[in-house]
Design a protein around this ligand. Sequence first.
Ligand SMILES: Cc1ncc(COP(=O)(O)O)c(C=O)c1O
Length: 313
Amino acid sequence: MASQGWLGDALSAIGNTPLVKLNKLTGASDADVYVKLEFYNPTGSYKDRMALAMIEGAEKEGLLRPGDTVVEYTGGSTGSSLAFVCAVKGYKLRVVTSDAFSDEKINTMKAFGADLTIVPSEGGKTTPDLIPRMMKIAEEMGKAPRTYRTDQFHNRHMLKGYNKMGEEILTQLGGNVDAFVASFGTAGCSMGVAEVLKAAKDTTAAVILVEPAESPTVSKGLSGTHDIEGIGSGFVPPLLRKALYDEVLTVSTEEARAMARRLAKEEGIFSGASTGANVAASLAVARRLGPGKRVVTVAVDSGLKYLSTEVYS
Ligand SMILES: Cc1ncc(COP(=O)(O)O)c(C=O)c1O
């Protein structure tokens, strides 16, 4: 009998995620909204794509060798994905994270065997100084011998991981995409997908970015405190390229959380606040574009990562 499914190691299960259409949150006079279900990746997040691309990029360039240690600062999504990839490939991982991020992510990194340094936050919130403080500690750790810093905010290898997501979207919709909507932290996902969409012949997709209304760094030059995990780091991410996006919308923490809850209850899509932000912004774009058009956005990760947080409790 012919065998079916994935027959490689656990890394071969990354990518090729489903794309589904919203049916209840959109109205008759709106464009269709499609959501890429990235919680189908092994750790329940699109970050698996970039973690694999960062590690394989470093291996190819001879920057990372068997027995080396990987170091990264992370809100816990990248850390969980890196911990997973490092477990499969046999690298040690040291992670700098914070209590601003969910216990589920911290416990996932531990489950995959990562060594954690936890930086205290102000009341569990992402303040503009938090990520830079974490980056500094990771930079110091990276000075140890046989240590490789993935340094996600400056890592260009990761774009390759997200190029694949862009290719999957084009294939799934036969190239018919009018807008791609994505919130951003490092901007790896949005820029990686945008590279492919903007280069595609016969596709004229607008790329629309989303940031927290409390921290509109790119749209208004202001940074503030918010509680949408993974986005709105308080500074302009170095990977962001003006030529690859058309507009930046804002969504508040409360709107993002409320939309995540509605997505679960009304569409059966179980996710977190950054996905809520993606969908809230996508619905605004769908209203503007009208019937016959197609908006694509991303369910970044699984709601299981946020059960203990204010998104669901
Ligand atoms: C939960 C979550 N949503 C969205 C993002 C933003 O993705 P990117 O860094 O590719 O812009 C991140 C990144 O850390 C994240 O953890």
